[in-house]
Write a protein that binds this ligand. Structure first.
Ligand SMILES: [Zn+2]
Length: 143
């Protein structure tokens, strides 16, 4: 537990949260600054800064709950898709974003812009060759 962590406060009942689903090791709440209606966060109960610091059981719990919550979001709000990502710049307690996304909404435009960067082959040619891809994969496998 961190002394000044809003997600720990919610996990331990010291702060309110709009809980939409939960299990023993994780809970899902509405984001209080939503990018769209139904935007949720899936959060491990234990304070851990980065999601790659989760135990195997926590990883199972978080991502199973993310799948369940995404299905609820799709059922209730009917988005084109539910975008999932992890960042952690504002709250240093691992959390998964689940954002209902519709064509041309703000998040859709952000990802469209990112895909635009991916499609700019001239700036990324140096990392796209077969040898470069193979070398990157070997580095990751050996890490
Ligand atoms: Zn925390």
């Amino acid at each position: 537990m961190s002394e000044e962590c809003v997600f720990c406060d919610i996990a331990e009942g010291r702060a309110p949260g709009f809980v939409v689903a939960e299990n023993d090791l994780a809970f899902a709440i509405l984001d209080i600054q939503p990018l769209s209606q139904g935007h949720c966060l899936v959060i491990p109960r234990r304070h851990v800064e980065w999601w790659d610091g989760l135990t195997d059981d926590e990883t199972d719990a978080v991502f199973r709950l993310a799948r369940l919550t995404a299905a609820k979001i799709r059922k209730v709000f009917g988005p084109d898709l539910v975008t999932m990502y992890v960042r952690g710049r504002r709250v240093p307690h691992a959390h998964v974003f689940l954002v209902p996304t519709f064509k041309d909404d703000p998040l859709d435009r952000v990802f469209n812009a990112l895909e635009g960067f991916q499609e700019q082959a001239t700036t990324l040619t140096a990392i796209r060759g077969q040898d470069e891809m193979r070398a990157a994969a070997e580095k990751l496998k050996g890490a």
